[in-house]
Design a protein around this ligand. Sequence first.
Ligand code: BTN
Length: 234
Amino acid sequence: VDSTNNYAKTIAASGAPHGTAVIADTQTGGRGRLGRSFLSPPGAGLYLSVVLRPQVDSAQALLLTSAAAVAVCRAVDRFVKAPAQIKWVNDVYLGGKKLCGILTEAVSDLESGHVEFVVIGIGINLTCAAFPEELKEIAVSLEEYREGKVGRGALAAAVLEELEQVCGQLDTAAFMQEYKRRSCVIGKRVKAIRAGISREVFIEDIDDTGALLVRNEAGEPECINSGEISIRFF
Ligand code: BTN
């Protein structure tokens, strides 16, 4: 496939049921957040997209992004000893490098607020061997934290199990405590980038909607709920 998310969206539009999973060995057009590409060489990772039809309003559905990050961390913890951490908004890190990216896409009715379906796309590195040098500097794989190989089937099963758990908690957002506990950005000075504008902020906390509570350069409190942050320069 070009992208498991594209494939999942196509079959979801023709009625694929809640819980349908699409898994590829490789992707020719793997997609990341903010229009970026996601390198997906054959056999190098788990490339998984899940179709969800959550029976919640759009505000609660937004929490799926944070929920998916927690689910991936719990699944990764089953395979390695180092604790999986979350870099806002939903990258999963091991030892300070990116292990997994998550791309959440939704189709909803803007007038009623009804969410027709959500596709959660998850890419977890199993090996970085085929990555270019500049990517190897910022990416990590499960292979580096484990003696034996991690089977993609077993990893996919673990992710799907954990995803099912957290998806049942969208009404209470019970997983947000764990999201915060696993965050590697709280208490850090970072570069916040939104609409091409970058500035330095200090992250004080993350609220229960997943938004960053920060102090800006003028020392004023602010809430950031879109864009991205960079922790590499501080
Ligand atoms: C990111 O890091 O910006 C998000 C990356 C998401 C990659 C996964 S791999 C499976 C699914 N299919 C895609 O095209 N993207 C997601």
